[in-house]
Design a protein around this ligand. Structure first.
Ligand code: ADP
Length: 401
């Protein structure tokens, strides 16, 4: 078996999937959660219907990774005899900035460089570096590790798309620019779409809408990202579960002044208390918003309307930016499952020639499906994302397997 372990580390969690790359099936998956607090392991072996939940002690990422090794190799959840059976480990890294434009092999220097980017992504990159060091300590010597970056796919954006109207020194000295995120997902789903359409991706202009708790929309022209809605951080773009999306920068300084927030407090306010949650007062979860819409909740209706309107505007803007549009795709928890959002986005788009089969749309959930009618000028698809699989594929490609 050709096994790849995919790791997605956060500040207090270490999510993982063990994939058999012979048939790309998931052998085991789970999460070592509450690192630095107490510790909780949840581990699943789908083929045997096993689900283990255990209280643990995870003072640091190292103990969490040691537990992961233990649960994979011993006891009821065991799926391998030893970690030496694993071909490689692939790590998801949020911020690669302008240094990393593709996946690469992990070395001490690579870990240091990822850590050095923590200034740009404090919530993500330092925990990634901690997890990389923990893995290196715990894994058998010589196990290759690969890092796959959320930002790498967007490194093809031209300066006109990634520069802000700030003084040039802020770009040169502080590296302030649009980086874009969800790159692994946008790359995966746009290739899946091209395959489903039976077209070479090099000939396609696609707007990829990844809509989840965090959402981003990307213009993919000929298989390359040419623009994307998230920016310097994943806060920019469209309204999200708890994040604002784009706001006039003056509104930010105004709210800080009026509410007496420090920069950190303002950042928390915009990242954790805004978006669907702050607007609706109902929830950060799209399902709750749609339920409240049905009950006539006014703030939920506004929240839902804003989301749909902003997605529409990006589709229009990116069609103009690419001078054409062949297909729009929906992915992520909302994009794959929420017929309400998809229907509203595609409504009144006849100027563009977008027409979807509403009955089919209402029935479609989490499955690769073409929603557009045969006479629609632009194809509309639901394309389930699978970032872990693409990380595993990239990992094997980097180690030359
Ligand atoms: P993350 O960005 O954390 O990966 P997901 O991609 O899992 O998030 O998306 C979570 C969002 O998807 C939530 O807002 C949730 O309400 C929405 N969602 C999941 N399932 C459904 C569904 N069946 N109908 C509508 N929305 C859904």
């Amino acid at each position: 078996m050709n096994l790849v372990l995919v790791v997605n580390a956060g500040s207090s969690s270490l999510k993982y999937q063990l994939l058999n790359m012979d048939d790309e099936s998931v052998i085991a998956k789970g999460n070592c959660d509450r690192i630095g607090i107490d510790g909780k392991l949840s581990h699943k072996v789908p083929s045997r219907g096993i689900a283990i939940d255990e209280d643990c002690t995870f003072p640091t990422h190292t103990e969490a990774f040691e537990k992961l090794v233990e649960v994979l190799t011993t006891g009821e959840g065991r799926v391998i005899d030893s970690m030496s059976e694993i071909s490689a480990v692939g790590h998801r890294i949020v911020q690669g900035a302008e240094i990393f434009d593709k996946a690469c092999l992990v070395t001490e220097e690579v870990i240091d460089r990822i850590d050095a980017l923590s200034d740009l992504a404090p919530v993500h990159n330092h925990p990634h570096a901690l997890a990389l060091r923990a893995c290196t300590k715990v894994l058998p010597k010589g196990t290759p590790q690969v890092v796959v970056f959320d930002t790498a796919f967007h490194q093809t954006m031209p300066p006109k798309a990634y520069m802000f109207g700030l003084p040039y020194e802020d770009y040169k000295d502080l590296h302030v620019r649009k980086y874009g995120f969800h790159g692994t997902s946008h790359r995966f789903v746009s290739q899946c779409l091209a395959d489903a359409m039976g077209r070479d991706i090099k000939t396609l202009k696609i707007v990829s809408c990844h809509l989840g708790n965090g959402s981003s929309i990307t213009a993919v022209d000929g298989g390359k990202s040419v623009d994307t809605s998230m920016g310097f951080t994943p806060l920019d773009g469209i309204v999200m579960g708890t994040r604002t999306g784009a706001v006039d920068p003056s509104a930010v300084t105004y709210v800080m002044e009026k509410r007496g927030f420090t920069p950190h407090e303002m950042s928390q306010y915009m990242n954790k208390k805004s978006g669907f949650l702050g607007l609706s007062g109902v929830s950060s979860d799209n399902r709750d918003i749609q339920e409240a819409v049905l009950k006539g909740d006014e703030k939920a209706i506004i929240t839902s309307d804003i989301l749909q309107y902003q997605i529409k505007k990006y589709i229009g803007a990116y069609a103009a930016a690419m001078n054409g549009l062949d297909a729009v795709l929906f992915t992520g928890g909302i994009g794959e499952n929420s017929w309400e959002v998809r229907e509203a986005v595609c409504e009144n788009m006849d100027y563009f020639g977008i027409k979807i089969d509403n009955d089919l749309n209402r029935k479609t959930r989490g499955k690769l499906t073409k929603l557009s009618t045969p006479d629609s000028k632009i194809e509309v698809w639901v394309v389930p994302t699978n970032e872990e699989l693409l990380i595993a594929r990239d990992t094997l490609a980097v180690i030359g397997k």
